[in-house]
Design a protein around this ligand. Structure first.
Ligand code: KG4
Ligand code: ZN
Length: 332
């Protein structure tokens, strides 16, 4: 079954063609860099850029996959959560294509898309597993019983982990979005330079909190002279990173132990982080196994949306063409 996937929930315009939820024939991603000068995503600019780029990207995806629209069996598009204008561009384009060509359509939850990036890459992931989804807008720990059957164990009380990365990167003058740049800088630093707070690490719940960490880093930077800041940039990045990642890893491993679940998958933009990967590998024990997508499938992309669409369609059939964008769409 050939699925055309469309993603436009924030500042990536992406179109993919996937065979049977597993094989990536094309996954074209355009990251809009119009936003960096504003220090964050400007919804109106994002919508207009999606409008300008979606058709050329769609054409490029079909060409790269060497397929024509008449061969596509299903069209899947992100319907939420995300920015309403950007969502509407991809969703309306997808529904129009589906209607005009009598192809079934399915609306996809963006977070289920992130989760599905692991289905796309790992055949050996147990149906019953833990999924930690960490992105610019979400920090969610889920017990996945099977595709579509989720129990929310915890999420963030305030900022998402990726948001904390972006804010700290901005304070440090690393640009926007700063997660990947901060990660790279941290690799040259000493994480024992400063013990920043690990919020809620000893709390019995699986809730997270990132606003205090961001404030602690900001206050520390303000206390330094320009010279001290310059000399310790990598150390600050490494110390922040260690605190941000340790809470994620510790709480996920505690949930895995308490619930006796051995397969742990993580996804979303922050899953691209080098330290989350190394810390999980250092701390897993016994029969525990960690799964994560390749970096290109961690950050927003349409391949994960096509895969989620494939599994959703198999479970529930097509969505109606009146499906609308839902900016705060929930997963559970
Ligand atoms: O999943 P994603 O592409 O978009 C959302 O759905 O939000 O995640 C983007 C987030 C941004 O906050 C970005 O800074 C962060 O993922 N990110 C990283 C890394 N690469 C991207 N954070 C930490 N380390 C990275 N290597
Ligand atoms: Zn995302």
């Amino acid at each position: 079954m050939l699925v055309l996937g469309i993603e436009s929930s924030c500042d990536e315009t992406s179109v993919a063609v996937i065979r049977d939820g597993k094989e990536v024939l094309a996954n074209i991603i355009l990251s809009q860099n119009e936003h960096s000068k504003f220090g964050g995503v400007v919804p109106e600019v994002a919508s207009r850029t999606h409008l300008k780029t979606i058709i050329p990207i769609y054409e490029e995806a079909l060409e790269k996959a060497s397929v024509t629209l008449s061969e596509i069996d299903l069209i899947a598009a992100t319907m939420g959560p995300g920015l309403v204008g950007p969502l509407l561009v991809g969703l309306t384009f997808a529904k129009g294509l589906a209607y005009a060509n009598s192809i079934p359509f399915v609306g996809v939850n963006h977070m289920e898309g992130h989760l599905s990036a692991n289905y796309l890459t790992h055949d050996d992931l147990d149906a019953h597993h833990l999924s930690l989804i960490v992105s610019g807008g979400h920090t969610m720990l889920l017990e996945v019983k099977s595709f579509g059957e989720y129990e929310l164990l915890g999420n963030t009380k305030d900022d998402a982990a990726g948001e904390a990365y972006d804010k700290v990167a901005k304070i440090m003058g690393l640009g926007y979005p700063g997660g990947a740049v901060l990660d790279k800088l941290a690799q040259d630093g000493d994480s024992s330079y400063m013990k920043f707070p690990r919020a809620m690490i000893h709390d019995k719940s699986y809730m997270f909190s990132y606003s205090g960490l961001k404030t602690a880093v900001s206050l520390h930077i303000k206390s330094l002279s320009d010279d001290d800041f310059k000399h310790n940039k990598a150390n600050i990045a490494a110390s922040f990173q260690e605190a941000a990642i340790e809470v994620l890893v510790e709480k996920t491993l505690r949930a895995a132990k308490e619930k006796q679940i051995s397969h742990i998958a993580f996804a979303g933009g922050v899953a691209a982080n080098s330290r989350i990967r190394s810390m999980f590998s250092e701390r897993i024990r016994g029969n525990q196994k960690v799964f994560y997508p390749p970096i290109s499938l961690c950050t927003d992309n349409a391949a994960m949306i096509a895969t989620a669409g494939y599994f959703r369609y198999k479970k529930d059939g097509p969505s109606e063409l009146i499906t609308n964008a839902v900016p705060y769409l929930k997963m559970v």
